[in-house]
Write a protein that binds this ligand. Structure first.
Ligand code: FUL
Length: 706
């Protein structure tokens, strides 16, 4: 295997030399790295900070999140395909690279691979002459973005999946991608593996042993050999690790050092991670495996028409930025192309807005021009080097000093609320703790503090006005070093109102006082002439509400909610109740759970809950909300839904299927009916769960056709 530590150690000398621009007198030794350090590929990756993800395949056309593997290649048929538009929108949004789903779990290859017929070569799109991977590689080159690929290990199409034969196919697919499309900055192996699928027509369930089946070390060797500049992503590295959620948040602290918790670290592999430390990493961890926060701009990873109004707002993206890049992770933001093969207008607007906020944030560095001093300085590392914001030039405390204080006397009194700090990580993650104080009435008073810094950290405090800033640092068993101290002001954005259904079933819009709130119910964007919100709205059948806050000339972005039918008059008529009251599934409060984990033990799926909706409803969709408490036990993976007029005769299921990817992305699931079904009674059957052996339902609901 590619032994991470050996590989890193052997590169160490070179990196340290690179990082060290020595003083004129050559009698000072280069500073010694501390602990695990990044490889050159990881250093380049760190400096990117933010890159884009592109989920695009037959799912875009079928509306699924995970294809089963039986999709016809003809399904892939973008009608106004424009890879350059996609890449340009991403570049304008601030992304420094793009990772494309060359193959997702359904097995459809977006390049004309020789390894399987299930690819663009078999599609009537472009008469089988298309190569999406090539198009993206070219477009990235044109717009100055780096390029990376996602190759799903799980392949629900391939007949040999589950046998050693498939591993050869997988490696060959990887080899094609690693050799034919120019330099790659990242190779992405996701952690969802094994389960039911088409598998060449067998339509069965295939389980694999995640720790041994793929023999990852051998695959990693291939990547290192053919693309030494690529960082390998998997749940546990070795190049970068999953942040542990798909909502774009790292913990704080978030150490770049990490140790996969596996009975045998050499077996640590995608999907095999049992560590609870993904969002935080491990202080002093043996390996340099920084976190990557992957998150979608929409609820799902693929484009779905029904999610066009649920694109994140610029301020939400900014919040993600602070919670990922600002905590030392890299942000991998997914923006999925639509059926035209372009980025949808709504996503483009959101990305532009985000880029504008970032530009505003970084428009003025209040530390620029400061006079910088430190309590001790290693010769050749003058403290003023923290001002140029370059990782390769830094201040370091004098030999033997494990703490340090750097003071910035600003050129003029400045008002700011954000400090950005960075360590020269080529020398390892050395700092364990820091505090920042600002000069107020002739005295330094505490302002913000923190722990991990690593490659980039942003801390926001209250807005302060001051002429001097002092950063005090405690390091591990090594002299602390800083390559950046900069000061910024976060743009103030007016918050969009919150939409909530209250206990009486009425819909409330909430916002800080002093705002005028306006809304629409017809899918249009609220403007100054839209109805003003005055009191809770009576919307028993739910519907789409869009709302926005106004104050003077200013207005917030738009919040859009698909409100389910009010459950205020619903009753549960049958369900397992040994463990909890089934009413919790329809009380409108996702924090209360109906579950079947009784004191006497787990009550296994399948579990049904029968509900009287109080009146006939033209049901066009059913919603299932999984638990939102960070636990995955009992989350439903496969379901059946029945609709009935009398609550006695249920007939055939109105819908049956899987909640793809619900474990990693536990958001509200929508089961759309092919045609609206008029019914008064609903039965939801949880057929199987992702973890544990009991069923958990946070909320159930329905959408009424209109
Ligand atoms: C997961 C996959 O199962 C999702 O569909 C998505 O691709 C996400 C980025 O990774 O493992």
């Amino acid at each position: 295997m590619t032994n991470n530590s050996t590989l890193l150690c052997s590169m160490l000398a070179g990196i340290a030399a690179l990082a060290w621009s020595s003083p004129a007198s050559m009698d000072v030794e280069a500073p010694r790295p501390y602990g695990a350090v990044p490889s050159p590929a990881q250093l380049a990756w760190n400096d990117m900070e933010m890159h884009g993800f592109v989920h695009f395949t037959t799912n875009t056309f079928t509306g699924r999140e995970w294809g089963f593997g039986d999709e016809s290649p003809d399904m892939f048929n973008p009608t106004d395909y424009d890879p350059e538009q996609i890449v340009k929108v991403m570049a304008d949004g601030g992304m420094k690279g793009i990772i494309l789903t060359a193959k997702h779990h359904d097995g459809f290859c977006l390049w004309p691979t020789k390894t399987t017929k299930h690819s663009v070569a078999s599609s009537s799109w472009k008469h089988g002459k298309g190569d999406v991977v090539r198009d993206f590689a070219n477009a990235c080159k044109k717009y100055g973005l780096k390029f990376g690929i996602y190759l799903s290990p799980w392949d629900r199409n391939h007949p040999a999946y589950g046998t050693p034969e498939y591993i050869k196919v997988y490696r060959e697919q990887l080899r094609e991608l690693l050799t034919n499309y120019g330099p790659l900055f990242e190779v992405w192996h996701d952690g969802a593996n094994g389960g039911d699928g088409y598998y060449g027509g067998k339509r069965e369930k295939r389980s694999i042993d995640r720790s041994t089946y793929y023999d990852w070390p051998k695959t990693w060797e291939l990547v290192h050999r053919l693309q030494p500049g690529a960082v390998i992503f998997s749940d546990v590295g070795p190049g970068c690790r999953w942040v542990g959620n798909e909502s774009g948040f790292a913990n704080y602290p978030c150490w770049a050092t990490y140790e996969p918790k596996s009975p045998d670290a050499s077996l640590a592999a995608p999907g095999h991670c049992t560590s609870g430390n993904l969002p935080s990493g491990d202080v002093n961890g043996k390996f340099w495996i920084p976190a990557e926060a992957d998150v979608s701009i929409r609820p799902g990873w693929f484009w779905h028409e029904s999610e066009n109004a649920r694109v994140r707002t610029p301020e939400n993206l900014m919040e993600l930025y602070f919670c990922s890049v600002g905590r030392g992770a890299n942000l991998n933001l997914n923006v999925p192309p639509d059926r035209r093969g372009r980025i949808h207008e709504n996503d483009e607007v959101a990305l532009k807005g985000f880029a504008a906020l970032l530009k505003k944030l970084y428009s003025r560095n209040f530390a620029a021009g400061a006079v910088v001093s430190a309590d001790s300085t290693r010769p050749g590392t003058d403290a003023s080097r923290v001002l140029d914001r370059k990782r390769t030039t830094f201040w370091m405390a004098a030999d033997g000093h494990k703490t340090g204080t750097v003071t910035l006397n600003l050129p003029e009194e400045a008002e700011f609320d954000v400090i950005r700090l960075a360590e020269p990580i080529q020398l390892g993650q050395r700092i364990r703790k820091f505090s920042v104080s600002v000069l107020e009435d002739g005295q330094f008073v505490p302002w913000v503090d923190g722990s991990s810094i690593g490659g980039h950290t942003l801390r926001q405090g209250k807005l302060v006005k001051t002429k001097a800033v002092r950063v005090s640092i405690d390091a591990a068993d090594a002299e602390p070093a800083l390559s950046e101290i900069s000061l910024w002001k976060r743009p103030v954005v007016m918050k969009a109102p919150e939409v909530v259904r209250n206990a009486e079933g009425k819909v409330e819009l909430k916002s800080p006082s002093g705002m005028t709130l306006r809304y629409t119910l017809d899918g249009t964007e609220p403007g100054t002439l839209s109805p003003e919100y005055k009191e809770p709205l009576n919307l028993p059948l739910g519907g789409k509400i869009a709302a926005r806050a106004f104050r003077g000339e200013e207005m917030s972005s738009v919040v859009t909610e698909e409100l389910p039918v009010s459950t205020a008059d619903w009753k549960v008529i049958a369900a397992e109740q040994a463990a909890s009251d089934p009413k919790a599934a329809i009380d409108g409060n996702p924090r209360t759970l109906w579950h079947t984990h009784a004191g006497s033990g787990e009550i296994a799926p399948p579990q049904a809950i029968d509900i009287d909706m109080g009146a006939d409803i033209p049901v066009s969709a059913v919603y299932y909300t999984p638990r939102q408490d960070g636990t995955t036990r009992g989350i439903v993976s496969h379901y059946e839904v029945y609709l009935s007029n009398d609550g006695k005769n249920w007939g055939r299921p109105a819908a049956t299927g899987e909640f793809s990817n619900i474990k990693a992305n536990p958001i509200r699931q929508k089961i759309a009916m092919k045609h609206p079904v008029k019914a008064r009674y609903m039965r939801f059957v949880a057929k199987s769960v992702v973890d544990g052996n009991h069923v958990v339902v946070a909320e159930l609901g329905v959408e009424a056709a209109r």
